[in-house]
Write a protein that binds this ligand. Structure first.
Ligand code: UD1
Length: 421
């Protein structure tokens, strides 16, 4: 996909979206699966891979670590050498936070990892202390040096009990992918339960790992000496499915979402139903219909199975045009609300106080130039533009490309007036 950092979307608001979309594999899963393939020598195959910029970045990173990565359609094959290199450089890591996911596999397989402190989205401080503390309890020596996390375990890792202070997705992933090759049993308490994390666990089980409790707050891992390559189909993207669900609700439309897993977004779908949408199951997904202006609803983001922080821009966008007043609380990333300033350029009536946004719904927003600051904020602004009178330009299209394959084309197929320039 050709994407330039100067690309923008131009949207003319006022269209009702109607039709069908298909959801690809989840970005937040596939990048972690690619990193975890480092755990076994030989060729692992990952299917249902979305065509997004971050997959290219992870491919570059794995190539630099000595792997050979090939793409064919929606399938990626990663051939991992006996002795991968152990350094993930800043120029790649800064582009994509998921690079940090090579940390656990490298320490476990090679006994050493040097991974630049990541950049990624501008949505908060996103620490690494749980990753580092957890690896230390598994017997690694870890510290931060010259902007890199350096972790060493030349004699291997040893199973232990870890309790996370917060169910961090990234920390659970790194510790799980390290513990699979540790000697003995590891338990991770207060573990993340996200479907993407479960997908990673199933990938590891496919490689021969012994893991119990996936999807629950306690994961138990019995280390094995060696893992083997596997062939895996990536779970579908619940955040993209959620984006389409909000697009239907906000534009008073009707969208059937093939591949959408309603069981992975129960809280979100309940909220949409409270706002007045009709949600029905279909053979391979679900359908969202809305026949009137949405009702305002209060939401607080929480770790899974709570309302996902990645959906925050959409719920705020919907409440901005909803009937009534609402409070939206962000409990995971303090800087997500940066997006609110852009939404206010479209006329949204929002006051932010700490991690609460107080929103007075108005019937319609009004088009203006705005800028995407991260993937979800960008997609959220595009949806808001759909319900704005007149024309809106959303700068920073490359942010949206990181998470949404062919977003403009899909919107146009549903009846939106969107061009990319
Ligand atoms: C988070 C989301 C995940 C989403 C992803 C992409 C949650 C719980 N996690 O995962 O659903 O798909 O972003 O946007 O909603 N933290 C620390 N120290 C650490 C690790 C984390 O303090 O070592 C804090 C973070 O600053 C943050 C919270 O814990 O406030 C959640 O972080 P984490 O789940 O690790 O973030 P991601 O893995 O990026």
């Amino acid at each position: 996909m050709a994407s330039s950092s100067h690309d923008r979307f131009r949207i003319t608001g006022g269209c009702r979206l109607e039709g069908e979309v298909s959801v690809t594999g989840a970005k937040n899963s596939v990048l972690k699966l690619m990193a975890a393939s480092l755990l076994a020598v030989g060729k692992s195959t990952i299917r249902n891979v979305p065509e997004i910029a971050d997959v290219e970045i992870m491919s570059d990173l794995l190539t630099r670590l000595g792997c050979s990565v090939t793409h064919q359609g929606d399938t990626v094959t990663i051939d991992v050498p006996k002795q991968p290199l152990h350094r993930a450089d800043y120029d790649l890591v800064r582009k994509m936070r998921a690079s940090i996911n090579v940390l656990g596999p490298l320490v476990a397989r090679v006994g050493r990892a040097e991974v630049a402190l990541p950049g990624g989205d501008a949505i908060g401080s996103r620490g690494l202390d749980f990753h580092i503390k957890g690896l230390e309890s598994l017997g690694a020596k870890a510290h931060v040096e010259h902007g890199y996390v350096v972790a060493e375990a030349p004699h291997g890792l040893v199973g232990t009990s870890i309790e996370l202070d917060f169910p961090s997705v990234g920390a659970t992933e790194n510790l799980m992918t390290a513990a699979v090759l540790a000697q003995g049993v590891t338990t991770i308490d207060n573990a993340a339960r996200e479907p993407d994390l479960v997908d990673l666990g199933e990938f590891l089980i496919g490689m021969g790992a012994k893991i119990d409790g996936l999807g629950s707050p306690t994961i138990t891992i019995t280390g094995v000496k060696e893992l083997h390559p596997t062939d895996h189909i990536t779970v579908t993207d619940r955040i993209i499915a959620g984006t389409w669900a909000f697009a239907a609700a906000m534009t008073q439309g009707d969208i059937t979402i093939h591949g959408g897993r309603a069981d992975h977004m129960e809280v979100m779908l309940e909220k949409l139903t409270s706002a007045g949408a009709i949600v029905t199951s279909t053979q391979d997904g679900f359908r969202v219909q809305m026949s009137h202006r949405p009702k305002a609803i209060d939401v607080a983001t929480l770790p899974y199975p709570g309302f996902a922080t990645d959906l925050l821009p959409f719920i705020i966008g919907m409440n901005a045009i909803a009937d009534g007043h609402s409070i939206v609380t962000e409990n995971v990333f303090e800087s997500r609300f940066m997006f609110v300033n852009e939404l206010m350029r479209l006329g949204a009536q929002i006051t932010v106080d700490g991690h609460h946004a107080s929103i007075d719904g108005i019937p319609q927003l009004s088009g203006a130039p705005v800028e995407a600051t991260d993937i979800r904020a960008g997609a959220g602004l595009v949806l808001a533009a759909l319900v704005s009178e007149g024309e809106t330009t959303v700068d920073g299209a490359f942010h949206i490309d990181r998470g949404y394959p062919n977003f403009a084309e899909q919107l146009v197929a549903l009846g939106a007036k969107v061009t990319r320039e």
